[in-house]
Design a protein around this ligand. Structure first.
Ligand SMILES: Cc1cc2nc3c(=O)[nH]c(=O)nc-3n(C[C@H](O)[C@H](O)[C@H](O)COP(=O)(O)O)c2cc1C
Length: 208
């Protein structure tokens, strides 16, 4: 779908290529069709999401302006959420280096509360996840960090709870890092398995 949306890969001269409207036509048609199959066959609830690569560096290629307009169009489709594909949640525009606003924030504004946005990219510490939520994303996704620490969510949650219950260690982030680097004995015993993170109830899911 991205290849249809991209002016770089989509060289068509029919109704599926050329203008912004034409390049959006294929992904929007796919969404319509998938939504109709869900309506007909799926047990409810069945979530349908869309993942977007915000920019390309090639010329011609996907530019932020188009992606943000596309996000606005997606907000009016049956998709349940929009998910950004990028390596860091701190990413700003590749093609407009003077623009320092986070892409995350730009997409939150484009969606205008119509659809939740999933933020992603180098979320390694609990603070990173909080920054994603504070930037306006509804959900945080973690990919590579789960390879390093499959129990990231449980570890963060339980270290936080332990700090609350015992009055220390205050620096539960430190405990998290110790657990990663030197496998503290006994840490496993209080990993209870909750999937909830902190007071903001961010949902953490695995994505690669
Ligand atoms: C090996 C690898 C392959 C990836 N392939 C895709 C892909 O096919 N499509 C996509 O949208 N993102 C892809 N990504 C991007 C990830 O989904 C994610 O946005 C990125 O890894 C940043 O999140 P993380 O730091 O939590 O891993 C890939 C990332 C990696 C490391």
């Amino acid at each position: 779908m991205q290849q249809f949306f991209s002016e770089n890969s989509n060289q068509r001269s029919d109704q599926w290529g050329g203008s912004f409207e034409n390049r959006m036509r294929f992904p929007l048609a796919v969404i319509r069709e998938v939504a109709s199959v869900i309506d007909t066959y799926a047990d409810k609830p069945f979530i349908l999401g869309y993942r977007i690569s915000p920019e390309e560096i090639e010329t011609p290629g996907i530019r932020l302006e188009d992606s943000l307009a596309f996000a606005q169009a997606l907000a009016d489709t049956p998709v349940d959420y929009l998910h950004l594909s990028m390596g860091s949640y701190k990413r700003t525009s590749l093609n407009q280096p003077d623009d320092k606003e986070l892409l995350l924030t730009k997409f939150v504004h484009a969606l205008n509360n119509k659809k939740p946005l999933i933020g992603i990219g180098s979320v390694e510490r609990p603070e990173d996840a909080e920054e994603v939520i504070n930037a306006g994303a509804a959900l945080v996704t973690i990919g590579r960090e789960f390879i390093c620490e499959p129990k990231w969510v449980q570890t963060v949650f339980n270290c936080s709870e332990k700090a609350k219950n015992t009055g220390g260690p205050k620096d539960w982030l430190h405990l998290y890092y110790v657990s990663k680097t030197s496998s503290v004995s006994g840490l496993e015993s209080y990993l209870a398995g909750s999937e909830t993170f902190g007071s903001k109830s961010a949902t953490i899911s695995i994505s690669i």
